[in-house]
Unconditional design. Sequence first.
Length: 197
Amino acid sequence: MTAQIHDSFLFKDQEYSIVGVNGKGLFDPLDYDLRPQGLCSACWRGYLCQYTVKENQMQLRWLRINLDSSGQNSSEFNPGPVINGISPGKPHEDYPIFDTVYQNLDLTIAFNGGILLGEGFIPELYIHMGFHPAWKFRTVYEFLFKNGTIQEIRDVSQQVAEIRKIMLQKPLDWNEQDGREKLEEWIKSTFRLDYRL
């Protein structure tokens, strides 16, 4: 198994990884009749998003998605639907693992809740499974939204550093002696993005 690629968030020309989500309303491909295919071990859900904020409103900037269920990425392009007036394009060199790309979407996202944005991943904390949680990043901000509009931005790096101290008191990886049931529980936990500060 491979660690998963995080969605990203562009804010004031700085790109952050989305390392925690508490709330509802982020982009869901099924809402647009898109059926993503998990064809890469680094992206089992089959799609990747980048969000941003324009005039305090959350927007989806771009979408990379796998729609080719054969996994062959054939030369015959099978486009998805138009989204927010934007037609999909062929694979992008920045993300060759996806067969369909939506650029410059500027799609308004009516998200309600909090998002943790991380920057400065600590390489020594890497493991081959799921999404890396916020405590594995040096800098973490919490963005709070109501109907997609920013309500508050908080630097929670110090709180996350305290969580990191606690988390480092136990093994980072699954322990074989814990048994199969614990393994399944651990795998599920690495794919969750919910958080509590």
